[in-house]
Each structure stands twice: as structure tokens, then as C-alpha cells.
Design a protein around this ligand. Structure first.
Ligand code: TXA
Ligand code: MG
Length: 320
């Protein structure tokens, strides 16, 4: 089983030897390996059981280092990085030859991000290579927001989990790309669309419906728990599913007629940051109950609400 601890020297040594280490970030835990080492990168795909067509994000300590791994970062990207790095923003830019094709699934672009977590920043500062790291969950499952989540699912496949406590933001980074001089948001996430637009003017959010293999993070049935998730109006769903054993995942409201231990209120004070921070924890918890379906509802669609609704829709999409 993976050891869980806060030993940066141990994490550094393991990574330098080509091993994988789970790392905390402000969004979710990552499954990290040396991004410049093909064998380590291949191991990431194997441990996660992730298809090779789904590219990995490369984590760098700063914008200065990001330039080492990008052929070019457009002005809008530099502006966004200056405003939001370190933080929950991934920039998709043309890759430099130093980034192996395996990392980018053969694409000419690479996703770069500078994460905002003290432990991981100290680790990145001490390494002389960047870290490729997808979320540290088996492919298609909910992302981990605590060291114990990683240990539960991948503990028997990796040597070490760097424990940075619960993730502050709790939902993955916002992924931004640049097409024909325009800013495109491929995945909504920890930075709201409004905040991006304040920096770059307008940005187009690429709809889930346009999902293509270049951006599998957009596959509809990503981030799904094992239990069936139904998204809609909770009072109506309670009627419809009155003969089933249900759990409720609500934004701010408690419901009569369902035992409190089968209800998870994301934020009793209706705060979207708090809801995002608790979302994946909630899905994991409800997934373990002796119930048949999880009934849930969308949250207000501004700020982090768009990313929350995106994850809820994907959790509710049945695997095709
Ligand atoms: O917050 C996060 O982004 C977390 C932490 C660990 O940094 N990472 C994360 O990685 O969510 P992952 O692999 O679970 O999701 C990254 C998504 C992938 O689904 C992939 O589609 C997209 O990023 N991606 C990576 N490189 C890309 C590229 N060059 N072009 C388009 N999409 C890319
Ligand atoms: Mg993921």
C-alpha cells in the first residue's frame, strides 16, 4: 500500500527514479510523474487505466518555466497566466519538442498549469523537470479531493501519496485554448468564465455536445460515480422515484421524507465555492450508501456554478 506523508525529499527521490507520486493541488489530487520521461508517463496511463488518446496536463512552477515547454504562448495566454497562476487554470498551447508525444496523445498542443498548493510548489521548485499529472482517480471516476480518496482507489499501485489535506477548490482547473486568435474554454473549472472574460474580453465555452476525441475531458460520462445519478427537479424526482431507495444531493435545501443520512447539502448557505469544494466528496460518500439512485439538481449557473453543473451533468450521463 502507498505510504501517505509529507516528506518532500522522499517524493522528489521517487519521482527522479521514474516512479509515480500522488500530489495535492488546490483543485484535486494529481497522479504525477516526470513529464520528460516516457516510461514514467506510460506508467501514469497504466495505473489510471486511461486510454492513450486522452492527453495529460503538465505542471510547472511558474510562467517562466512554462515558456521552456511551449513553442509559443499567445499574449492572451500570458495575460491569463499573469492573472491566475499559480491557480486553477490550464493553458493549451503549442508544445516544445521537449514534451514527449505520449504526454499530448500525439497532438501538437500541450496543457500547462502552475498549481497553487504550498507542498507541491516546493516539490516543483526542487525538481529539474515538470510533472505530468492527471487527476489521481481511475479513468472515468470522480476526482479525489483528499489523500484518503487516492489511497482507496490507487493505493495498491503507487508507492507514495503526498498529503496536503483536503483540496481548497475541489473542482478541476479551467482549461483554456486559443484558436484563430480567439479564447476557447474547453472545460469549465475552478476559475469562472466571467473571470476569464474580464482578462481577455470574450471567450467561447465549447459545448459538451461538441465533444471530440481531442478533448476527452469533455466525454459526457466522465466524473461518474458507480450509482445512477438523476439530474432534475428534486421534488419531482422524489415523486417519480418514490418506490426506489434514494439519496439526495442538493445545493442548499433539506427535504422531508428522506432520512438525513441519505441527504447531502452542498452548501446550506448557498455558497458556490463551498459547493464546489464539497462536490466530489459528496458524490463519493453517497456512492457508498445502500441506495439505488442519487437524485440531484443544478446549481445557479454563474461563477463556479457552471463547472459544478458540468460535473453533475457528466455524472448523470449514462455510459453509452
Ligand atoms: O485541476 C486539474 O486540472 C487537475 C490537477 C491534477 O491539475 N488535473 C486534471 O487532469 O484534471 P485530467 O487529466 O484528469 O484532465 C485533464 C484534461 C483531459 O481530459 C484532457 O482532455 C485535457 O485536460 N487536455 C490535456 N491536454 C490537452 C491538450 N493538449 N488539448 C486539449 N485538451 C487537453
Ligand atoms: Mg480527470
Amino acid at each position: 500500500m502507498a505510504e501517505i506523508g509529507t516528506d518532500l525529499n522522499k517524493a522528489k527521490r521517487l519521482l527522479e527514479e521514474g516512479n509515480l507520486v500522488a500530489i495535492p493541488t488546490e483543485t484535486v489530487y494529481g497522479l504525477a510523474g516526470n513529464a520528460l520521461d516516457n516510461a514514467a508517463v506510460a506508467r501514469i496511463f497504466a495505473v489510471k487505466e486511461r486510454p492513450f488518446f486522452d492527453p495529460l496536463i503538465v505542471h510547472v512552477p511558474s510562467l517562466e518555466r512554462a515558456h521552456d515547454y511551449a513553442r509559443e504562448i499567445p499574449d492572451a495566454g500570458v495575460k491569463l497566466a499573469r492573472r491566475f497562476w499559480p491557480g486553477p487554470l490550464t493553458l493549451v498551447v503549442l508544445k516544445s519538442v521537449r514534451i514527449p508525444d505520449l504526454v499530448t496523445s500525439g497532438q501538437q498542443t500541450v496543457g500547462l498549469r502552475s498549481p497553487d498548493h504550498a507542498l507541491t510548489r516546493r516539490l516543483l521548485d526542487r525538481l529539474d523537470f515538470p510533472l505530468a499529472a492527471p487527476s489521481a482517480n481511475p479513468f472515468g471516476y470522480v476526482s479525489p479531493t483528499e489523500a484518503a480518496h487516492v489511497s482507496d482507489q490507487l493505493g495498491d499501485r503507487i508507492p507514495y501519496i503526498l498529503d496536503g489535506g483536503p483540496c481548497r477548490i475541489g473542482i478541476e482547473s479551467t482549461i483554456v485554448g486559443f484558436e484563430d486568435g480567439r479564447v476557447v474554454i474547453y472545460r469549465t473549472g475552478g476559475i469562472g468564465v466571467e473571470a476569464i472574460e474580464q482578462v481577455v474580453g470574450s471567450a467561447r465555452v465549447r459545448d459538451q455536445e461538441d465533444a471530440n476525441l481531442q478533448v476527452p475531458g469533455q466525454l459526457k460520462s466522465h466524473y461518474a460515480p458507480r450509482k445512477k445519478v438523476i439530474l432534475g427537479s428534486i421534488p419531482q424526482l422524489l415523486q417519480e422515484y418514490r418506490h426506489s431507495r434514494v439519496a439526495i444531493l442538493s445545493f442548499a435545501t433539506a427535504y422531508a421524507g428522506v432520512p438525513p443520512e441519505h441527504q447531502f447539502i452542498l452548501s446550506p448557505s448557498a455558497n458556490l465555492e463551498e459547493a464546489a469544494q464539497r462536490l466530489f466528496f459528496a458524490l463519493r460518500m453517497l456512492d457508498k450508501l445502500e441506495i439505488e439512485v442519487i437524485l440531484t439538481e443544478e446549481v445557479p449557473a454563474h461563477g463556479l456554478g457552471r463547472a459544478i453543473n458540468d460535473r453533475l451533468r457528466r455524472a448523470a450521463a449514462t455510459v453509452g
